[in-house]
Design a protein around this ligand. Structure first.
Ligand code: AMP
Length: 363
């Protein structure tokens, strides 16, 4: 049997594009499914241009590919179940269902994987908010459909309840206790269905709920870093993980609390393309193909800066002044405000001196 495969990726954005580039290096062929035919992955793969919930298009993709994967978690799991052949989607649709719904996700994390999450309860209407103890702070999050802080309401006093009640009556939610974290961190872990490999701990700085800067290694103690990696591995093992998963966590002074999981390569892992001996995209492709996984080494401390639509000129200027910085542009045709257009990775031992694009201008 040929070791060259045709890999089908659902989603042709930057994550699909970077997965495809890794796959092509390894000699595979890639087809992506994306509503727009001029998407980022079109530069490096064939594209089937159709909506993600188009079952005929999913079937066409499945018929032409040995292995399927996805670049985002809001894929129609039922549609996929209807078209995939045995073993064709090594990540499975169960992981999709868990990460599409915060109620399933919290239940999986706390009861199955048995890792620490913020104390939470399921909220099905505003009645469930009537007896909450307002001496504590909370975040109310819709169970499905939320992203980048949308579908969330922080509750710090009775004044926040009107909006929170409206949110609770509009959709099923989870109510989490607010975590007074020191740092937001994440860990990338990849599996091949048997073994896992884990990346260094990443420190993440968000602006307007969008990732702005990632610093690796995260500035936490070795003890907490080991704990964060062990948590990511525990989750991956519980899932019999295939491919790459990102575990987002909060680091407090003496504990690690899991926030959420994303069953795919993640923006906070982009630094690994240059800063590690294998990238999160390489291990994703190896993992979904069931190939042996390498141990991951960080060459040098690194910083990744996101380039949003309003930062493109600043980023281009930056790399002409700092030619050892690696500029990645995803080939998106229109630079909209807050749209992720690219990123820059550089090696630095002084992450605080690496200034985010647009700092003080656009945030
Ligand atoms: P999420 O959509 O769950 O990733 O949340 C978006 C952002 O809201 C996170 O990156 C945190 O900055 C913040 N956040 C979410 N949940 C909590 C929490 N329980 N306590 C404190 N901050 C939170």
């Amino acid at each position: 049997m040929s070791s060259t495969k045709t890999i089908g990726i659902i989603g042709g954005g930057q994550l699909g594009q970077m997965m495809a580039i890794s796959a092509i290096y390894m000699g595979h062929k890639v087809i992506t499914l994306n509503p727009a035919s001029d998407c980022p992955s079109s530069r490096v793969s064939e594209v089937i241009a159709a909506p993600y919930d188009d079952v005929d298009a999913l079937r066409q993709l499945a018929d032409h590919c040995d292995v399927l994967t996805y670049e985002f978690e809001n894929v129609d799991a039922d549609g996929l179940d209807a078209v995939i052949k045995d073993g064709q989607l090594p990540q499975g649709t169960e992981l999709l269902r868990i990460s599409q719904n915060r109620i399933f996700e919290k239940d999986f994390l706390s009861n199955k994987a048995q890792v620490t999450v913020a104390p939470y309860k399921v909220v099905t209407s505003s009645l469930d908010l009537e007896d909450i103890d307002l001496s504590k702070n909370y975040v109310l999050k819709t169970a499905t459909g939320g992203y980048d802080g949308h579908g969330q309401k922080v509750i710090t006093s009775a004044e926040d309840l009107e909006e929170a009640n409206a949110l609770a009556n509009s959709a099923e939610c989870v109510l989490e206790e607010f975590v007074n974290f020191d740092l937001e961190i994440s860990v990338i872990v990849s599996g091949n269905g048997k073994d896992v490999t884990v990346f260094p701990v990443q420190e993440n700085i968000h602006r307007n709920n969008i990732l702005s800067k990632t610093i690796v290694p995260a500035r936490i103690s070795d003890r907490l870093a080991d704990r964060a990696k062990a948590i990511a591995v525990k989750i991956a093992e519980q899932l019999n993980l295939s491919g790459t998963l990102c575990v987002e966590m909060f680091a407090t002074a003496d504990d690690i609390i899991v926030n959420e999981i994303a069953p795919r390569p993640h923006n906070s892992g982009h630094y690994s393309i240059e800063a590690c001996d294998f990238s999160q995209f390489d291990t994703h492709i190896l993992g979904v193909l069931g190939a042996p996984l390498p141990a991951i080494n960080l060459h040098e401390p690194a910083v990744m800066l996101n380039v949003l639509g309003q930062h493109v000129e600043a980023a281009e200027r930056y790399v002409t002044e700092n030619p050892s910085a690696h500029l990645h542009m995803y080939g998106k045709l229109e630079a909209k405000h807050n749209r992720k257009m690219g990123h820059v990775t550089l090696f630095s031992n002084e992450p605080d001196n690496v200034v985010e694009f647009g700092k003080g201008i656009d945030f």
